[in-house]
Design a protein around this ligand. Structure first.
Ligand code: SF4
Length: 108
């Protein structure tokens, strides 16, 4: 085997490993009319991770919704880019006891 053949084989092997790893770790699916990719272990788990869903100020669709959540939502609505993003850390977070109870019920 000459050097060119060795290089081609090495590239094929590397591409094979990447393709195999990608297939397992990421999935592509239709979400709210947009074709998106997501890590397979996190698909559908946004609410579990996002502080907003247990925050007193998160009121989607209402006039007094949190301005930060509103801006994040507007960003995620821009065509062609990210569509879902959890808030993991927030200076303005205020835990809502009722939402926490509901979330606990859903995850039990
Ligand atoms: S204050 Fe922070 S955690 Fe609460 S809704 Fe706004 S962005 Fe989300």
């Amino acid at each position: 085997m000459d050097n060119d053949e060795k290089c081609r084989k090495m590239i094929d092997d590397i591409q094979g490993v990447i393709a195999k790893a990608s297939d397992r770790r990421y999935v592509s699916y239709e979400h709210h009319g947009r074709r998106v990719s997501v890590r397979s272990d996190l698909k559908g788990r946004h609410r579990e991770h996002c502080l907003c869903h247990v925050c007193f100020d998160f009121k989607p669709g209402k006039e007094d919704n949190c301005p930060y959540a509103q801006i994040l939502f507007a960003f995620l609505c821009l065509p062609g880019g990210p569509t879902v993003s959890p808030v993991w850390e927030c200076e303005a977070f205020r835990a809502d006891a009722d939402k926490l109870k509901e979330m606990k019920k859903c995850t039990e």
